[in-house]
Design a protein around this ligand. Sequence first.
Ligand code: HEC
Length: 510
Amino acid sequence: MQHRQSIALLLVLLFVLMGASGPVLLSQLTKQQLAGKDVYSKGIGVSEVKITAQMSGVSVPATVMACVNCHNADGSGNPEGGITPSNITWKELTKNYGGQLQNQRKRPAYTERTLRNAISTGMDPAGNELHSAMPRYEMSREDMDNLISYLKVLGNSGEKGVTDETLQIGVALPEKTNSPNDKSESLRQLVNAYIKELNNGGGIYNRKVSVQFFTEASAVDENELFMIVGEGSSDMEKAINQAQIPSLLSHSQKRTTQGFKNPYAFYVYPSWVGQSTSLLQFSKEKGMLSKGTTLTVLYEDIPSKKGVVDELFSHCKKHYGIEPTLIPMGSNDITEISQEIGDKDIVLYLGAPNLGNTLLKQLELNDKHPFILVPGSITGIDLYNVPDSFKNKVFVGFPTWPSERTPDAKKKYETLKAKYVLPNSWKASQWEMLSQLVTAEEILKRTGRNLYQEKVKENFETLFQYANGLSPALSYDLNRRVGSNLMYIIGFDSAKSQIKLITTLNSPEN
Ligand code: HEC
């Protein structure tokens, strides 16, 4: 008892010395959070019934036993006399792989409900008693609500990539090439133009946005980034979830895992695998694909595509009872490859964009005319330049289509393009990037001046049918990470000599 009393005394003393000012700027807090801050740092509520703290069966006013005494003004925990009060920042409490208490006991992530429970009964989400040095609190529902709302922002000045004046956004781009029409360069110019306009207009709640371009997954960790947009990879997805940085990426390579497993990476469009399986679904509906069909998957022999191909193989086996032939492509073996393909086959083309049309010419020479399916975000075939005998045999799937663009959105793009003299190449990719930037800006604005990453993630999860005039409407929820499942299947209209929309379908993916 003597020992405990001395700890308590020490704590009261500490409280007086430290003062109670948190690092979150007061001006940024909502009324409710301010009220919660009083509970946290002074033990004072707004209700008539005073808040009490119970420790070892002794009940004391919370004013002498405020959270801040042990958990610090930033929630980080203040080790004292062999006791380590937990880090109780929201980020720490809700980490999806849970946390560990001082006796090495593991517990799952907190929810609001289990957090209330811990504060009032001392029971963690695993159902275990917290150490007796953590008091049990009695307070009104209202005071508890206020406290929880404050705990959500506690310590958030430590949030990566935000200061009072700036907000750091990472933009993931493809590797730079030596081509005069480099995709990466085209996108970089578009992003710079957009951000310049945004900052000229006051930035986001008076913070200037600064951009960090990167290509490697390792950059996710190395930079102080608040949020990420752009084109990701499987490695990047891993790094993003590890670092807990809310991200809006164009699409995943492999089928996206559900929100609970993949909490921080949000995608605009279906994954490469999802886009490919949509094309297969289309070919089945049109009667091209049936059980006896020979399906060949031609792919560029690079690691990112190899992973996709492996997943496609199991998909075809499971859903169509077909084991596709997988053929990696180099630049010099087009002739050989065309010999392996049959006239009645279906070819899913994941090869390099510059080889598609060459392959078709070679197949025509060999008098073979298989159906060709091409997921358009992964690779390309120039529909205008396919050999005549293939005009009705090539189908390209796109997750977006120009018909979605509103006049306002077109004007926005054209204005940027003219003012900043943006490159003419990779226009479709520029549109996609523009769409991501507009969506990201919207999410950040909805989050408000008081920025924290958890809240950005929550705002994605409540985005419903959000239409920015540039791409299909986006919806996410707790478990959904692909914003739009739509796939546009495009073919060639020989009569009119132009490309045409054949149908749309939904990629079955969340
Ligand atoms: C006298 C010191 C003390 C005070 C005051 C105190 N705590 Fe704690 N708290 C602790 C200790 C020590 C632990 C670690 C318990 C354990 O490891 O079992 C803890 C743990 C917690 C946990 C569990 C964290 C986890 O990872 O499971 C939460 C939540 C918490 N405290 C919230 C609060 C809140 C909110 C207040 C104020 C209303 C408060 N604490 C006041 C000492 C204190």
